[in-house]
Design a protein around this ligand. Sequence first.
Ligand code: ADP
Ligand code: MG
Length: 525
Amino acid sequence: MQASNDRAGIRAEGAHSPAAGLLRCRGLVKSFAAVKALRGVDFAIDASRVRGLVGENGAGKSTLVKIIAGVYAPDAGTFDLEGRPMHFSGADDALARRIVTVHQDINLIQTMTVAENLLLNNEPTYGFGVIRRRAMADKVSQLLRLYEIDVDPDAVVSELPNDLKKMVQIVKGVSLDPKILILDEPTSSLTESEVQVALRLIRRLAESGVGVVLISHYLNEIFAVCDDLTVMRDGEVVADGPVAETSLTKVVTAMVGRHVETQRRAAAPRQKGASAPLMRVEQLCIPGRLDAINFELGHGEVLGITGLAGSGLGELAKAIFGAEASGRLGGRVFIEDILVPPRDPAASLKAGLALITGDRRREGLLLDFTLKENICLPILSRFTGAAGSLDGSAMTEATARNITRLHIRAPGPEALASQLSGGNQQKVLFAKWLETRPKVFVMEDPTIGIDVGAKAEIRAIIDEIAAAGVGIVLITTELEELVTLCDRVLVMFRGQLVTELTGTAIRRESILHAAACGEELAVPA
Ligand code: ADP
Ligand code: MG
């Protein structure tokens, strides 16, 4: 299948000694309150082999890895290391047995230099603990050279870009001389050439005898570099075996499982009535993050855009809107053929663009203000009389109208935003931007972190807004939302739009496959 790509050569076929069992877990169970994160998991790590660990978010990958790293104790299950039953009472226990984990978050000390971080708890010393500066510098340059990393050892970590921080973090893990090395999504913040370096490093470690576990959503990396593969879903292992005996399609199908496809929205593409597109986005780019993004949006269309962490998805909304900090540096946005001035949120609003960001607590609502203040803030001019005084009762009326229309559960217009549940806060945000009468509504993760009932209500609101002719750009990683709500779905991969799905082609498998591999599913079912 698509497994063979430019990276496939990294794997040295048949170069392995027969599997030597390093670590075996059997029947691992772990719950967090009512959530069963692991429901009886068997997992093995062998010397000289790389095992891929994949599964959708929430499948239980990190929990499994944290048990192996000694961070969590399992509720049930056994665990042996090189044939001997083992019990870890903390992360230090695992480290002492040379089980090293490179966690997903960057956990370097930001105020220290690269060299200091690399040698932390590992410094060569003279008798009284005086660090031998020379030896330290030598050891660090040796490490960096060995692992092909072009970074100044004296650079302060906080000043490095994320990709270099990640590389330093990986090298630090490797420098601890692991017997087992676990990498939790190491490549999502790396550039293409760094990914190559990291994958080569992983192969090299395996060839020198280390047992490696690689968690990645990028299935092409998994196929290029792994010998074995474990697929998890809902706290269970659903597929396990040598990579050579499976295929991308089988893996994606195992990850997704059997979902009852929810009713798709009626989706008579309403935009067909209007000839010209409502919005055109041309050559949108942020160096290193977004690479020449082009798309059109129709009247009343719900356009889903999705991708993995690191795909550029997180930068897209603000780039379209022209928010200052991550403002688009290149490219143009037109609404009804009129150019929206770049890097000017006020002008974007005026042109008919509204944005709901994924971080409603920091960027959306003023929590200490009333619903009335929150909703009427962007449109104060509408309530300002000739003498410059605000018409309070008109504001109250507008707010009450929104409370009714969007079914916001709140005591009234004077309630504080902070008193509302997450779902109702999100509805207040919708009300606030709807009052600006947008032509195009860009939404980032509009239902993230809110309960199931409120999610359904917000989806119904989105449907209703689209039915009224507003064009919607729905930026989300929720497959459910893409499948049920969108007329069209675009998938991002490493800064580019790689796939467009419409109608019945909008399926979980196809979306996941494109996001993970940067290409379309070969055999549409
Ligand atoms: P993955 O790494 O595959 O995305 P996780 O192991 O992080 O999955 O999570 C598995 C499940 O356990 C999820 O439902 C998650 O919400 C839950 N979970 C993980 N860690 C905790 C925690 N510390 N407290 C409560 N729930 C947790
Ligand atoms: Mg995880």
